[in-house]
Design a protein around this ligand. Structure first.
Ligand code: ZN
Length: 294
């Protein structure tokens, strides 16, 4: 493929088909929703009891391998030694980089993130999530200096009630600038680890807390705006999720809901059933054809 692929990796957003009535999905998403509806709802439970978690789910996407089977259970939020070994052996950013591809993780990491990592490191417990872990493993910097960086809060406060810090339209402008800059810099893949959705989904209360419902809808509208900007900037896009959570605010925990896979500007995949197949398709789409695809 030519031009950059922007991978919007949502954390903790189940598919609208598996959401209860009046969920966060019941809001105007003019760019995102048609792509979600035309895409696939993928199983994230992988035949294993319990609630899917971020580390195993994201490792499936990043490696195209069944990280839940490797781990023996759903596990998260950060990868431990077993999943780190899997990511070391077979992560998409590393393999694409080794194949001559140009890859970035365009999340903005504030200074506090690095301070927390340094203190965890001193205690022998590095706590990177799968995306920063695999970016660093591929030799890529966090906060790449040549790209406009995307705060994964998309301009909302990172704690409840997640008040907006900047207008939604800024997300569209940021997406467009990111797509154009990625094109100019010759990127093949730009990843975004969009985790605020999972944080919002963990707010406790039934009926669904009004603040979480409002913030969840606003976050999805900002994802919609970001995606619209990315496409206006001429990039292709893939949107995925690692497990359910935000789509069902009647529970503060994760869910076993299927997760969305949506795409624009890349060839349609043949039907896919689960997040492992989703990860394998993503590798294939980016030209990594060394593994037996489906
Ligand atoms: Zn979570």
């Amino acid at each position: 493929m030519s031009g950059p692929l922007l991978w919007l990796a949502l954390d903790g957003v189940g598919h609208p088909q598996d959401a209860p009535p009046d969920s966060v999905w019941d809001t105007e998403l003019p760019t995102l929703r048609p792509l979600i509806d035309a895409g696939y709802a993928l199983d994230a439970a992988l035949g294993v009891p319990g609630l899917p978690q971020s580390a195993t789910g994201q490792a499936c996407w990043l490696t195209g391998q069944d990280a839940v089977r490797v781990m023996g259970e759903h596990f998260g939020p950060q990868p431990g030694p077993t999943l780190r070994r899997l990511l070391d052996a077979a992560s998409l950013p590393a393999e694409l980089t080794q194949a001559g591809g140009h890859v970035a993780l365009a999340n903005f990491y504030p200074p506090g993130y690095f301070a927390a990592q340094a203190s965890d490191q001193r205690r022998g417990r590095p706590r990177h999530g799968c995306f920063p872990y695999s970016a660093l493993g591929a030799g890529l910097p966090l906060n790449p200096p040549d790209l406009p960086l995307v705060p994964p809060t998309l301009g909302l406060d990172h704690t409840a009630p997640w008040k907006p810090q900047w207008p939604r339209g800024d997300s569209a402008r940021l997406g467009e600038t990111l797509a154009r800059t990625a094109q100019q810099c010759g990127y093949d893949l730009v990843m975004l680890d969009l985790w605020l959705s999972d944080t919002i989904g963990h707010l406790r209360g039934d009926p669904a807390p009004a603040a979480a419902l409002a913030a969840g809808r606003e976050y999805l509208r900002r994802v919609d705006a970001l995606l619209a900007g990315v496409l206006a900037g001429g990039a292709a896009a893939v949107l995925s999720s690692d497990h359910g959570n935000l789509e069902n605010l009647h529970t503060a925990s994760h869910t076993r809901a299927r997760v969305p896979l949506a795409w624009a500007g890349v060839a349609d995949p043949s039907p896919l059933a689960d997040v492992v197949q989703g990860g394998r398709w993503l590798r294939h789409t980016l030209g990594l054809t060394d593994d037996s695809f489906l």
